[in-house]
Design a protein around this ligand. Structure first.
Ligand code: PLP
Length: 366
């Protein structure tokens, strides 16, 4: 049985209900990093009219879905591969590439290490420095790249730091990896939230770099984690061939196939999401700048990493206070290189964000 001191994932709402007695429907999840606008009314009514698709298998090649994704992200449909969330694709790519030694920039999402270890590889961490606001120092990274890694894993923007590698730095990193024969997997799960998304995405680079695969999905930006739809973009012909040979057929359901085509073309909802996140990111940065006793790191995604500077304060206690008011933040003590002074929260609707900011302020100023 879980206790209040245990750590929770953004999808653990039922366990939270059991431990804290707060109804899961009443919890605002500041920890799942999901677009607070949810699904658009237009999407819901269009998808409802297509429910009968579940009576057939989806197109095994997902031709029209890949075309819709290509139109959305600016890639050749032939360079796109779909999967059951980016989670399936992380696992598949790792199994196909079978890295002996992977270099991971940390702190970051834990699934990469889990998958690499499961496939028999070892992981080396390149520590992002708190003193450098967790931004990547490409000169220092170049030294670590020469240490025999065959796979580099980048999460861009990075979870949980919300830091970003810009296009110029990315080219520098990719060039170094080409010289050293290192394959690069970039997880762009949060890229569409970035204010300068068109400039920062590495998708256009897949046309010229063969040592690269990019992962995306609909879980966060399109608020559809239950749909389990992700996609990979790569210009690497060998990887595309092994994807189609080795992936189980139909891992994307016909309802996810239909839903994806609607989501990627829902332009009004896409613009509304960008406008809301940009507005809330700016408002939250302004509000946090007014609170003494915390440090935060410039956010590029739809969430922010914050450090409590007073050693007597902990993210465990803040988590407890917030959850009792129906707000779930992410205690970051389980991430490598972070401890009990760090927490992360995503940008929700303005009134919810205001409530969380008050809770943080009250805790820090107590
Ligand atoms: C960086 C990152 N990548 C991938 C995922 C999983 O995405 P999906 O739902 O597409 O499998 C998450 C979920 O939290 C994440 O934070």
């Amino acid at each position: 049985m879980l206790k209040p001191s245990d750590h929770f994932h953004g999808s653990d709402l039922e366990q939270i209900e059991a431990v804290y007695g707060v109804k899961k429907e009443e919890i605002v999840s500041f920890s799942a990093n999901v677009n607070p606008l949810g699904l658009s009314a237009q999407f819901k009514s269009r998808l409802a009219r297509q429910l009968d698709v579940i009576t057939s298998y989806p197109d095994r090649e997902y031709r029209s879905l890949r075309k819709a994704i290509g139109g959305y992200c600016g890639a050749e449909p032939a360079h796109i591969f779909v999967g059951n969330g980016s989670t399936e694709l992380i696992s598949l790519i790792v199994r196909l590439k079978r890295p002996k030694k992977a270099l991971i920039l940390g702190p970051t999402y834990s699934e990469y290490e889990r998958e690499i270890k499961l496939s028999g590889g070892s992981c080396l961490y390149f520590p992002l420095q708190e003193a450098e606001d967790f931004a990547v120092d490409t000169d220092r990274l170049a030294v670590s790249l020469s240490d025999g890694a065959d796979l580099l894993v980048l999460c861009n923007p990075n979870n949980p730091t919300s830091s970003i590698i810009d296009a110029a730095q990315m080219r520098e990193i990719l060039d170094a990896c080409v010289r050293l024969g290192i394959f690069v997997m970039i997880d762009e799960t949060y890229m569409e939230f970035a204010p300068d998304y068109e400039k920062a995405t590495a998708v256009p680079l897949t046309a010229s770099y063969g040592n690269l695969v990019i992962l995306r999905g609909v879980s966060k930006f399109f608020a559809a984690p239950g749909l389990r739809l992700g996609y990979a973009v790569t210009g690497n012909e060998a990887l595309l061939k092994s994807f189609s040979e080795k992936q189980n057929p139909w891992t994307v359901s016909s309802i996810a196939d239909a839903a994806g085509k609607l989501l990627f073309t829902d332009t009004e909802h896409i613009s509304q999401t960008r406008a809301l996140i940009n507005q809330e990111r700016a408002a939250i940065v302004r509000a946090l700048s007014e609170i003494d006793g915390i440090k935060f790191y410039t956010p590029h995604a739809n969430f922010i990493l914050v450090k409590l500077l007073n050693k007597n304060l902990t993210s465990d206690v803040l988590f407890d206070k917030a959850i009792r008011q129906g707000m779930m933040i992410r205690n970051c003590c389980t991430f490598p290189y972070l401890d009990h002074s760090y927490f992360r929260f995503c940008f929700m609707m303005p009134q919810d964000n205001a409530r969380l900011l008050t809770c943080i302020q009250e805790y820090v100023n107590q």
